[in-house]
Write a protein that binds this ligand. Structure first.
Ligand code: UDX
Length: 461
């Protein structure tokens, strides 16, 4: 018994939202914590996870059956059911894991979109740590909305948050989509409350982590840190692509999708260096049929090779003759091994919806972007990609809100062919180096993770 106590480690229970863009950074943070000597269990409430017994270091993944989030994350009902299921199950799970693992849980690490888990942590006597999975610029906007929304009218607040001192001046269309619609009775009001609610107990949480790195968002980080201590720990990208500190760390881990078909790499191998446009709009964005057609014909007009992820649920929106007509230059898949794709030498440009993970992945792998934001935090990320970090161009919509095939073609050509494209590539390489420095041993993000692990270890012993 004594021997077991001496060997037991501080144990973190990590709980992401069951969406791919949230599981990935939580998984990566967990692996980095495990590499610092902690025991980590990640629990995913979703019946859609490819069953996964994989461990990396001391990371264990537990899945709890719960309806898949697809199309429901934005619904109030789903949120309530999710909260009820998690709060019911968690105490049981903690007791089970305490018994079975030999490492008593001392910390609940939760996605910032689930702030109510701080209460659960308190009830269970655990340290409560929150991981903010979006950019610090976006966090600045939501934080300020949270602080001011009861004090000033929506029209005034919109202008105020577009002129925050730590951010480049933003147009209203650069703000996160839920904020843009704040002055009207919008379909997004539930989601606005949800994202702003991340800050409901911002000051009370024991630790706040942000998936960014200081040199990328220095002013935004410093400003938010002036409100309370925060720890930038990103980019939360598998170590293989950055610092090679974690052995065998090429993937995030549990996935809600299976790459299909296999064989993207062979296809990419057959293409010339820098000749492929990789196109993906992440795990959630749903485009209209007209927009899908414009992208399709824009890709064809660009005359570049392309690898396009069109999720199963989106496939019926492709123009009927497109797959056959583009077979010579294009490969369409339902899900790709995105990191491997971005790291492949054939890929010259990433046409992206600017989800924060995709943005960080492209930055960290030095791939310039065509930014085509869809919703949520993506417009703000697109603004930074084009005008702050200068690593991409942002598409313009026509008066009907559509990005035309001519626009798609023009933006791709600008990144793939022009002198500006070369400049973007050079800028991307600069960010790639800075990302590596941040996560490398002794870098700013690495230091924060070490500090957290050491503090948990001290409390535990
Ligand atoms: C969501 C939001 O939309 C995003 O804006 C927010 O910042 C995080 O949550 P998602 O839309 O899925 O995420 O985009 P993103 O953040 O880019 O995350 C997608 C993840 O899935 C990335 O890590 C990417 O590497 C991975 N992916 C995507 C694949 O592995 N294969 C694919 O084919 C597509």
């Amino acid at each position: 018994m004594e021997k077991q106590e001496r060997q037991s480690k501080s144990h973190v229970l990590a709980l992401p939202i069951p969406a791919q863009g949230h599981i990935n950074p939580m998984m990566q943070f967990s692996k980095r914590l495990a590499s610092k000597g902690l025991h980590v269990t990640v629990v995913i409430f979703s019946s859609k996870v490819t069953k996964h017994t994989r461990r990396l270091g001391s990371v264990e993944v537990v899945t709890v059956d719960f309806v898949s989030y697809e199309g429901k994350l934005s619904s109030d009902d789903y949120s309530k059911q999710f909260q009820a299921a998690v709060t019911r199950k968690l105490p049981e799970l903690v007791a089970e894991l305490n018994n079975s693992s030999g490492h008593p849980i001392s910390c609940l690490l939760y996605d910032s979109h689930l702030p109510w888990l701080l209460d659960t942590a308190r009830q269970l006597g655990l340290t409560g740590a929150s991981l903010f999975t979006q950019s610090c610029a976006v966090d600045n906007v939501y934080y300020n909305v949270h602080e001011m929304q009861l004090k000033i009218p929506p029209e005034e607040l919109l202008v105020t948050v577009s002129r925050l001192p730590a951010l480049s001046p933003l147009e209203i269309t650069d703000l996160p989509s839920f904020v843009q619609g704040m002055d009207s009775e919008s379909e997004y009001s539930f989601l606005l409350n949800h994202v702003v609610g991340q800050f409901s107990n911002f000051r009370e949480a024991d630790w706040i982590f942000v998936n960014t790195f200081t040199t990328l968002e220095e002013e935004a980080v410093n400003w938010l840190a002036s409100q309370r201590s925060i720890k930038p720990i990103g980019p939360l990208i598998p170590s293989f692509y950055l610092d090679n500190q974690l052995e065998d760390d090429k993937e995030y881990g549990p996935s809600l999708f299976k790459p299909n078909p296999d064989g993207c790499n062979e296809w990419l191998d057959s293409k010339e260096t820098g000749s492929v446009v990789y196109v993906s709009f992440g795990s959630m964005a749903a485009l209209g049929e007209e927009q899908m057609a414009e992208i399709a014909w824009g890709l064809k007009r660009s005359d570049c090779n392309f690898l396009w992820v069109v999720r199963e649920s989106e496939r019926k929106k492709l123009p009927s003759n497109f797959v056959e007509e583009s077979a010579e230059k294009g490969l369409i898949v339902t899900w790709s091994p995105q990191l491997e794709v971005l790291a492949h030498k054939s890929v010259g440009c990433f046409m992206t919806h600017c989800g924060w993970n995709s943005t960080l992945e492209a930055l960290s792998l030095g791939v310039p972007m065509v930014a085509m934001p869809h919703w949520t935090d993506q417009p703000t990320n697109a603004k930074c990609i084009a005008d702050v970090w200068h690593v991409g161009v942002r598409v313009k919509e026509n008066e009907k809100g559509i990005v035309t095939k001519e626009e798609v073609e023009g933006c791709i050509r600008e990144v793939m062919e022009g002198e500006r494209g070369n400049e973007m590539r050079r800028n991307s390489e600069k960010w790639m180096k800075l990302a590596k420095i941040a996560v490398d041993e002794g870098g700013s993000s690495d230091k924060s993770i070490t500090e957290f692990a050491a503090e948990l270890g001290r409390k535990f012993h």
